[in-house]
Design a protein. Sequence first.
Length: 262
Amino acid sequence: MEIGASTACFYPMETEQALKQVCQLGFKKAEVFMNAPCELKESFAKELKAIADNDSVDIISVHPFSSFLESTCIFGDYKRRFDDFIGIYRETCHAAAIVGAKYVVIHGAVAMPKIPIPNERYFERFKTLVEIGRSEGVTVCQENVNRFKSQSIEFCKKMRNALGDDFNMVFDIKQTVRAGEDTFTFLNEFISSIRHLHISDNGVQGDCLPIGKGSFDFKRLKQICDNNNYQGDAVIEIYSSNYDVIKELKESKVYLEDLWQR
């Protein structure tokens, strides 16, 4: 399991500049969070690929900018709106393929929309996203996200039952804490479906701390992953508005490498 970093750590820095920062910090794995429609264009994806290749960095996943639209435009009840907006995800999956990413990360629908979203529709629409990804050679993954349907272990179980082998996850530690779920119960339940991890620390000072600045048991995390032959990576995701992010990413990387190599 290699340690990577998300360009989201540097938001609102431009995406290509954020990727350069990840590369310069010595990470060999990166997640790219696209932040505008123009960043889904083929020319921009090729620029990102060149930046990563220059430092021998693998972009393992892409996160679309359009998460805030998904409740109403992808999973909502107005089919014509879905037909108009699904093209964003075709572009996203194509961009992911160009940069060499294996995964596209989806937030999905909020847990309490004004107009209820039946699970059956959610699973059907998500299956469409999976098929779009498959056509580009990438895997579309559900991320567990606080205040979204996917915050719940029980919802994710239902989704796994509905999608079968097409159910894949990106697992985020801080989101389990925010949602009031037990992180290790969630992890153990879905470890065979998890393709990569979003990691941060947590404790009395907050739920999204730099690694080593809280009380989260990263040794236990690593043990569960090792015991289950986990093949993915661990991507650090903290936010620049709260920290000297370059300093904290450097220290987080060193901390984890030392801890996990003991």
